[in-house]
Design a protein around this ligand. Structure first.
Ligand SMILES: Nc1ncnc2c1ncn2[C@@H]1O[C@H](COP(=O)(O)OP(=O)(O)OP(=O)(O)O)[C@@H](O)[C@H]1O
Ligand SMILES: [Mg+2]
Length: 457
């Protein structure tokens, strides 16, 4: 625009100069004064042309440099975003982008104690799970832990954090790769009831009965992910909320550990850390109750608990209502049943009955998994194996010894009637069946919590 204006001015000046020369020629004839005016006019016209040429050359050079800089900048940006992707550096999203991607947060794929998770599609076509963290103080804490723990780690069995969004008003979002088959609980526990439509909109609930070979592979995948977190990261990462709801299954039913909201970073030279109680009832290691601090062995305990549930297709702690007297509710502790069945040599009785109907359950694998699970839930932390050892045991690189007996102190805490069970061992199976019916009221909460030891909340 400026260029055009300059050209118009130059043309007007030249036209005026020529007109001046013509007028001088007509009025002054070929006098000396005319020659002076004509000379000065011609010089001025040449000067205007020279200025125009110089300006043109200067503009061309400037435009060339500008396009060079723009293309270099674009290349740099492409390279930078490529490197971010390769390095797995999470992107900062705007709330509007996430709203558009999730169609206004309509497709709910999961709900935990602190967050709702929605399915979404980013503008480049990537399917994502957007976790909207609720709650003020706790939400902020969980958001920070989750970003700090997962942003710097990469492993095939850990869910990938693609980005985040933190709005000053308090809304916080984490953007994960979308894992199509959802969480493990839906694939090992019998469904409670038909999925209910959520008030917020449509749901994307999947589930079924996971085959034995896939359960076996899930056990190894999770062990590998935890082993990586405990042994192979620069600062040791404790997950502290290992449970089926936090294990996701991809399209090929490979397991990915997710939900780092309660995780803690632990220095390589530290042997344990003291922190507020965090985790989920039913998966908490006994050392939490002692308040002496926790270590990676607490994750190993929770992992052992998940193994029992994987084998049995039922919650470890379940409530049985007395048919005759509704006020008489009793707890049943599945790991204890497994230990007894192992002693009696009837191990296959603890396997998820839906799997036994179809066949294909390898008894040697069941035995190995039960042994590993019993090692992992030892009350004494030093007796529990490390996650690296668990991987070796499951992969068959080292033999799995007969596990020592455990007190299973939770039995006392839940006041499970030992005497009665000893007198009526035959009732075990009836109870097992009853538990399936009652799995709805499983006492182990499916929600995580983190609270102050002192507050006793
Ligand atoms: N990346 C994902 N892809 C698909 N589904 C997911 C994904 N992340 C989470 N979900 C679903 O959402 C549920 C809740 O997510 P998440 O465990 O992260 O929330 P939370 O509030 O931290 O849970 P918790 O109660 O364990 O604290 C999961 O159990 C799972 O079913
Ligand atoms: Mg969770």
């Amino acid at each position: 625009m400026e260029d055009k204006k300059a050209k118009i001015i130059a043309a007007a000046v030249i036209a005026a100069l020529i007109a001046g020369i013509v007028v001088a020629r007509l009025s002054l004839k070929l006098s000396e004064a005319f020659y002076v005016i004509a000379g000065a006019g011609t010089a001025a016209i040449i000067a205007v042309f020279a200025i125009l040429l110089l300006r043109h050359g200067f503009d061309r050079r400037r435009r060339l440099m500008e396009t060079q800089m723009v293309s270099e900048g674009r290349e740099l940006r492409i390279e930078y975003s490529f490197l971010r992707k390769v390095a797995g550096v999470p992107t900062k999203f705007r709330e509007r982008e996430l709203e558009e991607a999730t169609d206004g947060f309509t497709c709910l794929v999961g709900k935990g104690s602190s967050a709702c998770v929605f399915k979404g599609i980013l503008s480049d076509g990537t399917a994502v799970a957007v976790k909207r963290i609720e709650g003020e103080e706790r939400g902020e804490r969980e958001f920070r832990s989750e970003v700090a723990a997962i942003a710097s780690v990469q492993h095939v069995n850990l869910v990938r954090l693609l980005g985040y969004c933190s709005v000053p008003a308090g809304k916080r979002f984490l953007v994960y790769e979308f894992i199509p088959n959802g969480s493990l609980d839906k694939w090992i526990f019998p469904p409670r009831r038909e999925p209910q439509p959520q008030p917020q909109g449509k749901t994307d609930a999947r589930g079924g009965c996971l085959a034995w070979d896939l359960r076996w592979r899930v056990a190894i995948d999770v062990a590998r992910a935890l082993s990586y977190l405990h042994h192979d990261c620069r600062s040791r990462i404790l997950h502290l909320d290992v449970k089926p709801e936090n294990i996701l299954l991809d399209g090929g039913y490979r397991a990915l550990v997710s939900d780092f909201g309660l995780s803690k970073l632990m220095g390589r030279d530290e042997s344990r850390i003291v922190t507020t109680i965090r985790g989920t009832k039913g998966y908490l290691a006994p050392e939490w109750l002692l308040g002496n601090g926790v270590s990676e062995k607490s994750d190993i305990y929770s992992y052992g608990m998940v193994l029992f549930e994987l084998i049995g297709g039922r919650r470890n702690v379940s409530v049985i209502d007395d048919i005759n007297d509704k006020s008489k509710r009793k707890f049943q502790y599945f790991p204890k049943i497994v230990r007894e069945k192992l002693r009696e040599g009837k191990l296959m009785e603890v396997v998820d009955s839906r799997l036994l109907e179809g066949g294909g359950v390898d008894e040697r694998e069941v035995r190995r998994l039960v042994h590993v699970a019993l090692w992992c839930v030892q009350e004494k932390t030093r007796l529990r194996p490390t996650m690296a050892q668990v991987v070796e045991m499951l992969e068959g690189r080292v033999p799995v010894d007969e596990p020592p007996d455990t007190q299973m102190i939770i039995i006392d805490l839940l006041s499970i009637d030992k005497e009665e069970e000893e007198q009526n061992p035959s009732r075990d199976r009836q109870r097992l069946a009853a538990t399936r019916v009652n799995s709805d009221v499983a006492s182990s909460s499916t929600y995580s919590y983190s609270m102050s030891v002192l507050s006793g909340r």
